[in-house]
Design a protein around this ligand. Structure first.
Ligand SMILES: *[C@@H]1O[C@H](CO)[C@@H](O)[C@H](O)[C@H]1NC(C)=O
Ligand SMILES: *[C@@H]1O[C@H](CO)[C@@H](O)[C@H](O)[C@H]1NC(C)=O
Ligand SMILES: *[C@@H]1O[C@H](CO)[C@@H](O)[C@H](O)[C@H]1NC(C)=O
Ligand SMILES: *[C@@H]1O[C@H](CO)[C@@H](O)[C@H](O)[C@H]1NC(C)=O
Ligand SMILES: *[C@@H]1O[C@H](CO)[C@@H](O)[C@H](O)[C@H]1NC(C)=O
Length: 948
């Protein structure tokens, strides 16, 4: 078999020109013995060696070493049995820094990895392992055990994130530490041979922030530039967790303590746009590169098999001459370097590699599945996979039980992320496809700390409660085949346990403690001080958050037609809360209040009886828990200016920095289109208006416009609420460009512009004299101080800071300078150097909103990111801030409505403002917009809006 396979294998032949040069010296022989066994040497070297005897024993040692390798290579992947009490120990535990005292958590409300169990439970863990989970009160408690009474508080397994890049790319992100994509000269789209473990920095401060969100296990993957990006590795998110408490990569590994040869291996692959863009190939080119690589790996695998068979036979036979001859033939014919290069791919073909493929679109899944059949490998998960909801049956038909590891709402940032669906989790689950949510952690927008928020979002869009919780615990653990250790709170599992302050699927749910391998990772005093403003009404919320209600299509169509008429008269029953500035009586018990809307004006807001006189002949909408809010105002990323965020052809484009010529400033009002997918998301969030500044790179931001999001108005008939809202600039790393390479030059330019424009009769003059707001996008506290100085010198200036990562450090100064803030760092992170002092938020620090509110800063909230795909979360973002800032629900709503209007001088009158009626409380998950009224014309602007 061996003989037959080798001749046609097309291996490079020994290079002839080397032959005469090889010295037959003893040194060379010693080198050989020392293990340079891979040098390709011509046959005669051996024939005239000084001692045939020593060569024989050398060959024997080598042969045995190779047979040992064969044993490793050919051992099937380890399948772990069912985990139960006493079935295992935690290999990461060590006696010096490992969990010392047995801990008992009493009276926990428990999600055990499968379901939320009925009743309360006591959980005992010891030496990093869960020992027992029993009905509350029935645990036998050792006298030296540490006991915590959770009083019904929620407990879940430590969350498992199957897609992260922290440690490989540490915070603050610097180009010198970006070790995620092996892209060298853009010539090698396949780098299966590299390993992310070689890139890890065991000091990444992002790790503790991630853990503070309850994420205890992460799969660290190479980036997605390459078709095969390299091997991934599992970590637990606890720095300094080894015996010596030093920053050692090995100590971070989930499989620390397990022999290297027995550790799980994972391969990162990518389809679609990324490798296509980086290497300038087409999809067909990508496929060919991949197939060519796999074909070669298959050949090498077959050679390995043949070699191992023959080696075993020769060894068993015991004939030393035959062994010598065999090894000698091997040294001549095999290129071991190539074997090392293909080692990961061959392991993949042997089923010893969990294959995780970054892949978004149906055609790319289909193609990759075809390759998996062609070469015989199983795909563990498709990652991102935002369009998988369109083809669940195709994915299932592979028979491979592929997990979809996806985002809940992050989407629309590129073409392959454009056909995303907020209901994808539910749709996939309904088809029996396992769904996991993952972070893709690298910057604020993908901060793994907020992994659970994605599960909660998916739940609000229909994914059942237990499945939602499984999607960040047992499903990713199962997918990666580590569900014998993590993903569950059951006896025999690693003691990775999170205590939550409220139902884990509720807004603002935050850990009170996170145990990793039984060790508490949060300092209770810091946790306490991060939440001093939290009011008791906001703690221990244990009710299951709602799923968004949707009317049946039939009801919806007739209802919406009826109330869409111009003189429509609408009666809403069941209103439990109103945030409009109109007098109303207190809520009316279970029945709620009734509101009658005629021609867009509220003609009655009282009990049903009191409104009877005006409600006759109206269309009645009966709701259970209706909330009436002012229409929310988003300060958007680029709503209306770019449909697919990264593709300029889908919108206005992005002005490049230069733009120092102030005369050529750009106006969003000239480029805006008033419909698209993000508009639909805005509508389901109750966002009726948005402020959009031009997309630009560099210092100049142009002039923003205020638009309506109803999709019913265009730029000629009232869709532009205000043509010119504010003049925008950037100061900080975003302002750097060839023309203004430094931050100091941007500040100087701003000063120069203010000095020169003051008397001008144009937009600049208006911004310079304070008649329109001057919005400066800025993060760092020192850059903010430079702006405070400008404002101190020019008090008339209506200066607004947008961003504000460092604003909490100068909150008093901002307040006394009368500068307002549009905070985009509500759930911020110190991801970049200029944001290094940005608060990570509870449980590690106070939330920025609390500090700003306490200092009396006028502020509102906006959501930043690659796209406006999170725009519907605006009320939830406000609720999150309000919880930790101790704000009332009214103040919460103002953060995303009245405050923004005031900060940007939108001049909205209370009696003619947009308003929105929700079923449910929009400050919690699961509320849906029933209708909204356009304050300008009194028409119904949206009726049961939907979005994908
Ligand atoms: C918690 O459990 C302990 C022991 O079972 C019991 O004495 C205590 O009353 C419980 N506390 C609550 C709040 O249920
Ligand atoms: C499919 O994968 C999921 C997620 O890992 C796992 O929970 C489930 O048990 C698997 N199903 C089968 C039939 O293997
Ligand atoms: C209601 O409609 C009926 C029949 O169309 C009409 O007779 C009646 O006057 C209306 N009542 C009110 C209060 O508009
Ligand atoms: C500001 O400048 C604009 C444009 O020159 C002018 O119309 C306006 O009256 C000025 N406002 C103030 C407050 O000076
Ligand atoms: C603060 O600024 C706002 C908007 O520019 C202005 O209306 C208000 O009068 C200022 N307040 C003080 C105390 O200067």
């Amino acid at each position: 078999m061996f003989k037959q396979l080798i001749p046609d294998s097309g291996l490079p032949q020994p290079r002839r020109q080397y032959r005469p040069k090889i010295s037959l010296s003893i040194t060379l022989i010693i080198l050989l013995v020392l293990g340079l066994q891979f040098l390709v040497l011509p046959r005669y070297v051996y024939k005239i060696s000084p001692s045939q005897q020593s060569l024989n024993s050398f060959h024997l040692v080598k042969l045995d070493a190779r047979l040992e390798q064969c044993r490793e290579i050919l051992t099937p992947p380890i399948k772990y049995g069912v985990t139960s009490a006493g079935s295992r120990t935690n290999p990461r535990w060590n006696p010096s820094t490992g969990q010392k005292e047995t801990t008992v958590l009493q009276n926990a409300t428990l999600f055990d990895g499968e379901q939320i169990l009925t009743g309360k439970f006591d959980i005992t863990f010891k030496k990093g392992l869960i020992e027992s989970v029993v009905t509350a009160g029935s645990a036998s408690i050792a006298s030296d055990a540490k006991v915590m009474d959770l009083e019904g508080g929620f407990v879940t397994p430590g969350l498992v994130d199957m897609h992260s890049h922290h440690l490989a790319f540490a915070w603050p992100l610097l180009s010198s530490t970006d070790d995620t994509n092996e892209v060298h000269d853009r010539t090698e789209p396949i780098t299966s041979q590299v390993r992310i473990i070689d890139s890890l920095k065991a000091y990444d401060p992002g790790t503790a922030i991630i853990a503070s969100g309850g994420v205890t296990t992460s799969l660290i993957l190479p980036g997605s530039a390459n078709i095969m990006g390299g091997e991934a590795v599992l970590v637990k998110n606890m720095l300094n967790s080894g015996e010596d408490s030093e920053i050692v990569v090995e100590d971070l590994l989930l499989e620390h303590g397990i022999p290297k040869s027995e550790r799980r291996r994972y391969m990162k692959m990518a389809c679609g746009e990324n490798p296509r863009r980086v290497y300038h190939h087409t999809r067909m080119g990508n496929a060919w590169w991949f197939r060519k690589h796999m074909e070669r790996a298959k050949e090498l695998k077959e050679r390995q098999d043949a070699f191992c068979l023959e080696a075993a036979a020769v060894r068993n036979n015991g004939d030393t001459a035959a062994m010598s001859e065999f090894m000698h033939r091997l040294s001549q014919e095999e290129s071991a370097t190539e074997m090392l290069e293909y080692d990961s791919t061959i392991a993949m073909l042997r089923g010893k590699m969990g294959i995780n493929v970054h892949c978004y679109e149906p055609e790319d899944f289909e193609d990759m599945l075809m390759h998996s059949k062609e070469f015989g490998f199983r795909i563990q998960a498709f990652h991102h996979a935002l369009e998988a909801w369109q083809v669940p049956e195709m994915i299932k038909a592979s028979g491979e039980n592929i997990t979809i590891a996806t985002f809940a709402s992050f989407a629309l940032y590129k073409q392959e992320a454009y056909n995303a669906n907020l209901y994808a989790g539910k749709i996939l689950a309904d088809h029996g496809v396992p769904v996991a949510y993952k972070s893709d952690h690298v910057e604020t927008e993908t901060n793994a700390k907020f992994l659970l928020f994605q599960a909660a979002t998916a739940h609000s869009f229909g994914l059942a409660q237990d499945l939602a919780l499984q999607s960040v615990t047992s499903v990713p653990a199962g997918s990666m085949e580590i569900d014998h250790r993590v993903g569950y709170v059951k006896p025999g599992y690693d003691a990775d346990i999170v205590l939550w302050d409220s139902h884990p699927l509720s807004v603002g749910a935050t850990p009170l403690q996170v145990f990793i391998d039984g060790r508490a990772t949060l300092d209770p005093e810091i946790v306490e001080s991060s939440r001093t403003a939290v009011q008791s009404s906001n703690t221990r919320k244990t009710a299951t958050p709602s799923i968004r209600a949707n009317p049946s299509d039939q009801n919806k169509d007739s209802l919406c037609t009826e109330i869409g008429k111009s003189a429509a008269k609408i009666t809403i029953q069941g209103i439990t809360k109103s945030y409009l500035d109109i007098p109303s009586i207190e809520a009316n018990g279970d029945k709620g209040l009734t509101m009658v809307i005629e021609g867009g004006r509220i003609s009655c807001f009282d009990t049903e009886d009191q409104c009877l006189s005006v409600s006759a002949n109206s269309t009645v909408i009966r709701l259970r828990d209706a909330h009436v809010l002012p229409g929310l105002t988003a300060v958007s990323v680029s709503l209306g200016l770019g449909e697919i965020a990264t593709d300029d052809s889908t919108g206005d484009g992005a002005a490049s920095s230069g733009g120092l010529d102030l005369e050529s400033t750009i106006y969003a009002k000239y480029g805006v289109h008033l419909d698209g997918k993000s508009f639909a998301r805005a509508r389901i969030g109750g966002v009726t208006r948005a402020i959009t500044a031009p997309k630009s790179r560099g210092f100049q931001g142009g002039v923003s416009v205020a638009i309506k999001t109803s999709g019913k108005k265009n730029t000629l008939n009232g869709g532009l609420v205000k043509d010119e809202v504010a003049l925008h600039f950037k100061v900080g790393s975003a302002s750097k460009s060839d023309k203004l390479p430094t931050i100091s030059s941007a500040v100087a330019k701003l000063r120069q512009f203010l000095a020169e424009s003051k008397a001008k009769d144009d937009i600049f003059g208006r911004a310079a004299n304070g008649s329109i707001p001057l919005v400066v996008h800025v993060e760092n506290e020192y850059d903010i101080m430079s702006l405070i100085k400008i404002k101190q010198e020019r008090p008339a200036l209506d200066l607004v800071i947008m961003g504000g990562g460092g604003a909490h450090l100068v909150a008093d100064e901002i307040a006394s300078a009368n500068i307002s803030v549009i905070l985009t760092e509500n759930r911020g992170a110190p991801d970049t150097f200029e944001k290094i002092n940005t608060l990570p938020g509870p449980p590690l620090s106070k939330m920025a909103a609390e500090v700003l509110a306490n200092a009396g800063v006028k502020f509102g909230l906006a959501i930043e990111g690659e796209s406006d795909s999170h725009i519907h979360n605006l009320p939830l973002e406000a609720a999150w801030a309000a919880k930790y800032a101790g704000l009332s629900s009214n103040d919460a709503i103002n953060l995303v409505s009245r405050n923004i209007e005031q900060i940007l001088s939108l001049d909205v009158k209370e009696d003619s403002r947009d308003f929105v009626i929700y079923e449910g409380n929009p400050l919690e998950f699961g509320a849906s917009v029933v209708l909204s009224i356009d304050g300008d014309d009194g028409m119904v602007a949206t009726c049961w809006p939907e979005a994908t």
